[in-house]
Design a binder for this molecule. Sequence first.
Ligand SMILES: Cc1cc2nc3c(=O)[nH]c(=O)nc-3n(C[C@H](O)[C@H](O)[C@H](O)COP(=O)(O)OP(=O)(O)OC[C@H]3O[C@@H](n4cnc5c(N)ncnc54)[C@H](O)[C@@H]3O)c2cc1C
Length: 383
Amino acid sequence: MANYDVIIIGAGSVGTPTAFSLAEAGLRTLVIDRRASAGQGSNKAAIGGLRATHSDPAKIRLCLRSLDIFSTWKAKYGDDIEWQKAGYSFVAYREREEKILKDLLAIQKPFGLNIDWLDRDDFLKVIPDLNPDGLIGGTFSPNDGNASPLLVLHAFYTHARRLGAEFRFNENVTGIDAAGGRVRGVKTDQGEYGADVVINAAGAWATPLAKMVGMDVPVKPDSHEAAITEAVAPFLKPMVVDIRPVTGSANYYFYQHATGQIVFCITPSPNLWGEDCRETSEFLPMVARRMVDVMPRLANIRVRRTWRGLYPMTPDGFPIVGWAKEPEGYLLVVGMCGQGLMLGPGLGELIARMVKHDLAESDQEMLNILSPYRQFAGQEKLK
Ligand SMILES: Cc1cc2nc3c(=O)[nH]c(=O)nc-3n(C[C@H](O)[C@H](O)[C@H](O)COP(=O)(O)OP(=O)(O)OC[C@H]3O[C@@H](n4cnc5c(N)ncnc54)[C@H](O)[C@@H]3O)c2cc1C
């Protein structure tokens, strides 16, 4: 039987950068995924938004580190991941949203986030095509950005392999060997592999893998729809997020990718629980009306493709990261909700420090927030 220091289940937004960081730390790493290549789960459904402007210290710190990694990747490793430092903007057309966004600033600013409130006229200088009617203003965080989820994963995959990590695709993990209260390896439909540490990075499918070691992990797949237009000349810089709830949707967001297409997504309300990834005929009319309302210029752009993918949701909207109390050596990195791509690189480095028992004080603080054994009583404000 082949033996490794660490086995990661899932070559997705989180498992792949984690393999990169573990291999960089000199650990013998195996990644197993039942799909044909890296990033074929929820990762490829992501639209590529990358931000550190969250509402809690753990996600802010992890994503600040991720943004450092994304923004310097090309200079350091040579791969073009289509990173753009284009910023994020949250619009306010009503006093309710103005208050929510301004209240959040009080939490975000002490963490060193570069984010500010802009009144209407200054906001329109950043996004000239916004509908000015009724616009109060919004927040703008210029250091956030976007990249291609597929190119990001391909880059991490290539460099993880270069550093010695092994990947096995088209292989389904069917069991965890945890004899005597400690992890010893995994069983798949094709063989058995030994390791002292097994990481569950199985995204929306994490719950059955946690059950294999007797853990109840509250991660539920939640279906979200997205779309992409034809490419047009650049006219829009930041991601535009509108958090006004209306019937059928909680919020929606869109940006112009480096290659010219507008990419967009909606948060359905109520949630669409389950693994149904068939596109719907409701999505496009609903989101298009909302988008054209805030940016009339979008009225004539042609939509090329829609798709649906899964958010791995947790009850409080925060990821679940931590060691199982039992069996020893079983590590959960699951429940990324709508932010797995942006969390991945920062989390990968944190996981490498956990496995090497080399945690800083700030790591411990983040792990307390993300603990699998927390009460799940809070609620993330910017899910
Ligand atoms: C429409 C949409 C838009 C989004 N936009 C963004 C965005 O702009 N920015 C952002 O950061 N996030 C975004 N997300 C969220 C993001 O896609 C997810 O949070 C992220 O992909 C989850 O990463 P993961 O590694 O946990 O799971 P995944 O990327 O799904 O990886 C899990 C892997 O585990 C494998 N697996 C599961 N079970 C087994 C098993 N038994 N054996 C072997 N392999 C197994 C799967 O095949 C899969 O490849 C979006 C999601 C959707 C649906």
